[in-house]
Design a protein around this ligand. Structure first.
Ligand SMILES: C[S@@+](CC[C@H](N)C(=O)[O-])C[C@H]1O[C@@H](n2cnc3c(N)ncnc32)[C@H](O)[C@@H]1O
Length: 218
């Protein structure tokens, strides 16, 4: 059962299992609503400062829409570990990996809270994921401990703007409602966990303050 407007992990998994086939198309519709998602993905991956040969972990990788940027950054000698709670989303990611001929991508089906980050991780990202995860603080902390010192965790997520644009929250929430987004998601302050467990914090607000990218160094 959902509590306080939050979906349970099982409900989130069911939503994405159902939506997996139309997810990539839905992302294109968000461009029409002014979301510069392609640019945001580049900002996230650039923010990781990855090097060729690195192992990068993507939490909630979905259908793998960040993989081509990550591949370019870590090269064929590096490794991408993509994990997600939805097997149907990972099936799409698998198709993408096969079609591109990448041989350095491992896909893992798990809840983020159960995932064991490999030691010596060179970078971790989560785009539009951690507000779904009730134990996001534990996930950030575990990831921070697995990172090579000086390497980065970068999160793109949603929040309530601090200015008058907060009155447009119902419209923002409506955009994501088919993916289980609700107003209560914005009560999960994921950036505060990044601030708590990492250093050299950089935070950038986007889309009128509804979207942010935060990064921190281990
Ligand atoms: C909005 S989609 C984002 C997918 C991808 N990161 C992207 O940028 O296109 C959210 C993804 O997070 C996954 N997810 C949600 N809660 C999760 C959890 N607790 N653990 C792992 N994955 C989760 C969903 O299955 C879905 O694939």
């Amino acid at each position: 059962m959902a509590s306080k407007g939050f979906l349970t992990r099982e409900e989130v998994r069911d939503v994405y299992d159902r939506q997996a086939g139309s997810y990539d198309l839905a992302v294109w519709f968000y461009y029409l609503a002014g979301m510069r998602i392609g640019r945001w993905r580049r900002m996230v991956v650039d923010g990781l400062s990855l090097r060729p040969g690195d192992t990068v972990v993507e939490i909630g990788c979905g259908t793998g829409l960040n993989f081509s940027l990550l591949e370019r950054a870590v090269g064929s000698e590096g490794k991408i570990i993509g994990m997600d709670i939805s097997e149907a989303m990972l099936d799409r990611a698998r198709e993408r990996v096969r079609a591109a001929g990448w041989h350095n991508v491992d896909l893992v089906c798990a809840a983020a809270s159960d995932f064991n980050f490999p030691d010596g991780t060179g970078g971790i990202l989560a785009t539009g994921v951690l507000t779904y995860e009730p134990e996001f603080d534990k996930v950030i902390e575990r990831g921070a401990r697995a990172l090579v010192p000086g390497r980065k965790w970068v999160v793109l997520d949603y929040k309530m703007p601090s200015n008058w644009l907060r009155h447009l929250a119902p419209a923002f929430v409506a955009l994501g409602s088919s993916f289980g987004v609700s107003k209560s998601f914005m009560e999960r302050h994921v950036w505060e966990s990044v601030e708590r467990h990492l250093t050299n914090i950089r935070m950038q607000e986007l889309y009128g303050g509804f979207v942010y990218i935060v990064s921190g160094e281990a």
